[in-house]
Design a protein around this ligand. Structure first.
Ligand code: F6R
Ligand code: MG
Ligand code: MG
Length: 376
């Protein structure tokens, strides 16, 4: 099958969790694995890996059917449904089926709740890539690290000293409010890029291409449950796929920006900023103030569509490493610092971005008591 195009699909949903919005249950993972095993035996998919980041169940699949394929999206949907019916509801897990916003599947899970990062690619002679998944945050959380990985020479040495990467990368930026995108060619348009993606709640990096040949290097899930449903019904915890090495950022260049636990939106009731803590799978569960927000990174190689990790279905758990201990320590320090602000901005999000708010009710109640202030 080598040489033929292969598609990597990473599709995630929160379909219920243990002890609050804390962690996926092992039985949910087992049922999801059984569904995907069946699909592999039937030849629909080539391979899969099921994992979780906090309360989000992540289905990583490889197949030959291209992006946005109704059968692959249908498989993910059915899997989330089966996990909800067989485990989440049976065990009365918290918020069972939370991200499944519709009763019937209509061909594509985008817009129905689950998050999707996909890439159809020509498999290179060796194809290393990383699947990232984060909990208690939003897709814009990847803007800063992706900028550093693919445009900032202080982080990615290859942009300066590797021939293929020297001509830079093009960033596809999605305006999630207007549902429009723009392609910005870097380094030439680097200032325009930063002008947009600094507004992480609106302008989100969706794809990154290599300038020298248009090769697709990264793909991010960009759905926002709040906007899909017209009101906020769940988190839009993001995932993404990043290819690396040989004319792309090296594994270590992709990982390095995550050693800075930058502030991201989405913590506690989707209404607070918190530091993004890089963790191994073992620590991918949210506790303090439902966080702090976490991110895992799983490394694989593709081999004719098969996922190669560290033996069996074991992926390389890239943040489970002492090199990230300091980042975790700093994230804990930031947690302590920012939480001392209580419900005051900038620890709390601006009113327009909060998932939970009582402000309209408070304003309504106080309306009769507001008096004209002196003219300035
Ligand atoms: C969920 C999340 C949590 C919840 C919080 C309140 O992913 O971020 O912080 O928003 O635990 O949840 P409910 O309203 O379900 O009690
Ligand atoms: Mg949840
Ligand atoms: Mg979540």
């Amino acid at each position: 099958m080598g040489g033929k195009k292969v598609t990597i699909s990473l599709i995630k949903a929160d379909v219920g969790s243990v002890a609050g919005h804390y962690s996926v249950h092992p039985e949910q993972i087992e049922v999801a694995k059984a569904c995907l095993e069946r699909a592999r035996n039937e030849g629909l998919i080539e391979d899969f890996c099921v994992f979780n980041c906090g309360d989000d169940l992540e289905l990583l699949m490889t197949h030959r059917r291209g992006e946005n394929d109704p059968k692959i999206h249908g498989l993910a949907w059915d899997t989330f449904k089966e996990v909800t019916e067989k485990v989440s509801k049976k065990l009365k897990l918290y918020a069972a089926g939370q991200d499944l916003l519709s009763d019937t599947f209509s061909g594509n899970v985008k817009g129905m709740g689950p998050g999707v990062a996909e890439m159809e690619i020509e498999e290179r002679p060796s194809e290393p890539f990383i699947a990232f998944a984060a909990d208690k945050t939003e897709p814009g959380a990847f803007n800063l690290p992706l900028f550093r990985i693919f445009a900032d020479p202080s982080y990615t040495a290859g942009l300066v000293i590797e021939e293929v990467m020297h001509s830079g990368f093009t960033f596809r930026v999605l305006d999630i409010l207007e549902n429009k995108y723009v392609d910005l060619v870097c380094p030439a348009e680097i200032y325009d890029l930063v002008a947009l993606i600094g507004t992480t709640g609106r302008y989100v990096i969706e794809r990154i291409f290599r300038n020298s040949d248009g090769l697709l290097a990264a793909s991010v899930s960009t759905s926002r449950l709040s906007l899909i449903a017209g009101k906020y019904v769940g988190k839009d915890d993001p995932c993404m796929l990043v290819r690396c090495q040989r004319g792309l950022p090296a594994l270590g260049e992709v990982l390095l920006p995550f050693s800075f636990p930058h502030l991201v939106a989405g913590w506690m009731r989707g209404s607070h900023y918190g530091p993004l803590m890089p963790v191994g799978l073992e620590d991918a569960r949210c506790t303090a103030f439902d966080g702090p927000p976490r991110i895992v990174a799983l490394g694989f190689n593709l081999s004719d569509g098969r996922l190669v990790g560290l033996g069996g279905s074991k992926p390389a758990d890239l943040f489970a490493d002492v090199a990230f201990d300091r980042a975790r320590w700093i994230a804990n320090e930031i947690t302590e610092y920012i939480r001392r602000h209580g419900e005051f901005m900038p620890a709390r999000l601006g009113p327009e971005e909060m998932e939970y708010t009582t402000l309209p009710q408070v304003l309504r109640k106080l309306a009769p008591r507001f008096k004209e202030a002196h003219k300035p």
